[in-house]
Design a protein around this ligand. Structure first.
Ligand code: BGP
Length: 475
């Protein structure tokens, strides 16, 4: 077990790059999500998109009110940002490929060379600097055309389109990538079907759960086929899976609260990684499907495909912990879903409950369950940061959050957990996935832009930049 943790940072193409229609890129699902000032309906309107919302988005020529079309304008700050990443001294950089840059519609036979060239440059520059690469092959952004023509991941054909995309990037960068991740937070599809599986809903109708789980099955197949192909051509790197972890606590010692915890943790968190890391559907899902009359259409080779192509490492996003109870109790927000307030924890302005010990608990549980090396693929603090007149940002609260979480990661290593790497989420300020806000900042690098895309988009190093730079040097 290697005890040197690789210290890194992460971005996602749709939240970072911008240049949504340049050099051949096609429209993707994230480009259609409008920014809506935080109100109670913002989550639904900008996360669970309806056909009408998409039709409106397609009418809009230019960035308009669609923050992911601009991101942090990373596409046009590419070399500057790479130089900042090198100055920071990251051991590993996690970023994602924009599928619709490579296959604008998603069903083309040949890739868009312009799109590939953009990533060639990033990959070669990082490699030349000795920085390892954690490549998220798909991070929520699905070519919109696949949604409109084929129904996104509800259609088994999308597995083939994804595999064509995967084979293109696996072959092109087979000796350059250290960690391959087919899907970001694959369990997100259950909570946020638009982001996760490209499922569009009727304005006021609930999602058809059968479609959600059929779509997840197709993503499982796509992940397994990707791994099979990568191993067949002998790619250098390791393959992983990724889930969003919620770190559930029961509100009371009441047995019913604890039984609900077992259920919620199984279905919301472990289900997807069980399939991808163990290679088969866990038995607890049989009851879940039966009670909801969900029947997943499988073909004869599906079971063997999943069994033969499990991942090498397991990764997860962790921001805050959650509370479970069968009773009514005050709620607060969290990553992807709301949860019950924990009276022992402070929360961010967005309601996410800060819990460093939850990181240690999660690392122990994930490693104990799969006995495979673990990567923290996302963790960080989303807050309002103040750009001072002298262009400094004194984000001592972020330094405190990171120090406390890193201390708990070290405890987990002492507990025997094989921690491969840590990727701080949003190493540079980017558009938030949940609320489409630039002002919910995670980075150690500040981007001068607000929620309405006013600003110079200049980059400034926060106090946390120097702190992280020094931490990496000393660990
Ligand atoms: C995760 C996504 C990331 C990131 C993170 C923070 O679900 O994988 O893309 O956005 O959430 O959430 P938010 O951006 O909503 O603050």
């Amino acid at each position: 077990m290697s005890n040197k943790i690789l210290w890194g940072g992460a971005t996602a193409s749709s939240q970072y790059e911008g240049a949504y229609d340049q050099d051949g890129k096609g429209l993707d699902t994230q480009d259609c999500r409008p920014y809506i000032p935080r109100t109670e309906n913002a989550t639904t309107k900008t996360r669970l998109l309806s056909y009408d919302t998409i039709a409106e988005a397609k009418q809009c020529q230019g960035v308009g009110n669609y923050p992911f079309r601009q991101g942090s304008d990373g596409y046009h700050h590419c070399q500057e940002d790479l130089d900042l990443i090198k100055e920071l001294g990251l051991d590993v950089y996690r970023f994602s490929i924009s599928w619709s840059r490579i296959f604008p519609h998603g069903d083309e036979l040949e890739p868009n060379e312009e799109g590939l060239k953009y990533y060639d440059h990033i990959i070669h520059d990082l490699k030349a600097a000795g920085i390892k690469i954690f490549l998220t092959m798909n991070h929520y952004a699905l070519p919109l055309y696949l949604v409109e023509k084929y129904g996104g991941w509800t259609n088994r054909k999308t597995v083939d389109f994804y595999v064509r995309f995967a084979k293109t990037i696996l072959s092109r960068w087979k000796d350059d990538i250290d960690f391959w991740l087919p899907f970001n937070e694959i369990n997100a599809g259950y909570f946020r079907p638009y982001n996760g599986v490209g499922l569009v809903k009727e304005e006021n109708a609930p999602y058809d759960q059968s479609l959600v789980f059929q779509s997840l099955h197709h993503q499982f197949l796509a992940s397994a086929k990707t791994i099979a192909y990568g191993r067949q051509i002998g790619v250098k790197g390791q393959f992983g899976c990724m889930i969003s972890c919620f770190c559930y606590y029961p509100l009371t010692a009441k047995p019913e609260d604890n039984m609900k915890l077992v259920h919620d943790e199984n279905v919301n968190q472990w289900f997807c990684s069980d399939v991808l890391a163990r290679g088969y559907y866990p038995s607890y899902m049989s009851r879940f499907f039966k009670e909801r009359n969900i029947h997943i259409q499988m073909e004869k080779d599906d079971t063997k495909l999943l069994k033969d192509n499990t991942c090498d490492f397991v990764s997860f996003s962790y921001y805050s912990s959650s509370v479970v109870t069968i009773d009514e109790a005050p709620q607060t927000a969290g990553n992807l879903v709301v949860t019950t307030k924990n009276p022992y924890l402070k929360a961010t302005e967005w309601g996410w409950q800060i819990d460093p010990i939850g990181m240690r608990i999660t690392l122990n549980k994930v490693y104990d369950r799969y006995q495979k090396p673990v990567i923290v693929s996302e963790n960080g603090l989303g807050t309002h940061d103040i750009l001072e007149a002298d262009h400094q940002i004194h984000d001592t609260y972020r330094i405190e959050y990171l120090q406390q979480h890193f201390d708990q990661i070290m405890e987990a290593v002492e507990d025997g957990v094989d921690v491969l790497a840590y990727c701080m989420w949003g190493i540079i300020d980017i558009v938030s996935a949940g609320s489409c806000e630039m002002k919910k900042r995670y980075g150690v690098i500040y981007v001068d832009a607000d929620n309405e895309r006013n600003g110079t988009y200049n980059r400034y190093k926060k106090d946390s930049f120097y702190w992280y730079q020094s931490y990496i040097k000393n660990h």
